[in-house]
Ligand binder design. Structure first.
Ligand code: MRU
Length: 364
């Protein structure tokens, strides 16, 4: 099986590893590392049409808000290639509709599809659409990597500890969840590069296990010290005192600074406030949704109860038991110390701070 390589990028100061990227664009096809099979197997799937990309997003072959947006953009580029010459515009619009139905919560998906729709509006032939939509998707991908590198720099300024410290993170926000480097995991990577990191506690992240299957795998592979914990252990870890920051990503940040992220993020924010541990959210401006007033208005995805009743086909709960499986929750802005984006940081976020950075218009 081909191993997924750690990519590197040269920034002004040094060569940075982007970590293990999970998306490869080849001009006529998109390859996705199947994240459902990690860490046991590294299998790449090849997608040649938008429907396949939409299915991959829905089924979690690819996940993580920025990676979902980037994949959807490539999906639109593929739709231009497979469109019928006589009704190419309608075919691409239908594909955009299918992609937008793939997952409801991460706003990066709708942000990317809006950019691609705007590009489509400039095209006068299918050939033009094939070229411009591919260029647009590559740009979205490259911009995401650039944003991750900038966010890591901004975060370094916000963290003023003078000696190495531990952090706790939730879900997976690394190269696998983005175009490369990562959001919260990008900040962690940067701490490690600067010898400021003692260790990372990685929440297991039930029920899909993004923390144990993906974050622990990514960090271990990149030589970053990681300790895996059940998320029920987070309280006792924060009580120990070595963790100075909880660092997480986001699927959507609303106009008042509320953060929608992987289920369990809210619990962590409450614990962090109780233990006087600071709470940082790291997300690109493509995750900011200034059109939505607060987290209460966001559609929270609920997934199949089987994710809790079974593990790999093996029953771990009584057959048919009722299950509540929301996969995101809302952390109120009041529990967040700092939101880091590539445009800058918002301390003690509220509507005023968010408007200062993102204005009345939707970010983008
Ligand atoms: O259900 P997932 O795995 O797509 O959820 C991912 C998260 O909640 C991440 O924390 C978020 O997308 C930020 S990823 C950089």
């Amino acid at each position: 099986m081909p191993k997924s390589p750690a990519k590197t990028v040269t920034s002004s100061s040094s060569e940075r590893s982007l970590g293990t990227v999970a998306l490869r664009w080849h001009g006529d096809r998109l390859e996705l590392l199947d994240q459902r099979l990690l860490p046991a197997e590294e299998t790449w799937l090849t997608l040649k049409d938008a429907e396949g990309v939409a299915r991959s997003i829905r089924d979690m072959v690819v996940r993580g808000a920025p990676a979902i947006g980037i994949s959807a953009a490539y999906g639109v580029a593929l739709a231009a290639r497979t469109a019928d010459d006589s009704r190419w515009k309608e075919d691409i619009e239908t594909a955009i509709g299918t992609l937008s139905d793939s997952r409801p919560t991460a706003v990066n998906l709708f942000w990317a599809l809006k950019l691609m729709t705007d590009i489509l509006a400039t095209c006068e032939s299918r050939e033009q659409a094939v070229q411009r939509l591919a260029e647009g998707a590559v740009q979205i991908h490259e911009d995401d990597i650039t944003a991750n590198l900038s966010m890591a720099e901004h975060a370094m300024e916000a963290m003023n500890e003078t000696s190495p410290f531990a952090v706790l993170t939730h879900c997976n926000t690394g190269a696998l969840a983005t175009g490369g480097y990562g959001t919260a995991l990008g900040v962690i990577r940067r701490l490690h590069e600067g010898s400021r990191l003692q260790k990372v506690y990685a929440d297991e992240t039930r029920p899909w296990l993004q923390g144990s299957r993906l974050t622990a795998w990514e960090l271990q592979r990149d030589g970053i010290p990681v300790t895996l914990n059940a998320e029920g252990a987070a309280g006792c870890i924060l009580h120990q005192g070595d963790v100075k920051w909880v660092v997480v990503g986001a699927d959507r940040i609303t106009a008042n600074g509320d953060v929608v992220n992987k289920i369990g993020t809210y619990n962590l924010a409450v614990l962090a406030r109780h233990h006087k541990v600071r709470f940082m959210v790291v997300a690109p401006s493509s995750t900011v949704d200034m059109d939505t007033a607060s987290g209460n208005e966001v559609k929270i995805e609920e997934r199949d109860g089987l994710e809790l009743r079974e593990i790999r086909g093996q029953a771990i709960a009584p057959e048919g038991v009722d299950v509540f499986n929301p996969v995101f929750d809302v952390t109120p802005a009041s529990l967040i110390d700092v939101i880091v984006t590539e445009r800058g940081v918002v301390h003690a976020p509220n509507i005023t701070g968010m408007y200062q950075l993102f204005g009345p218009e939707r970010a983008g």
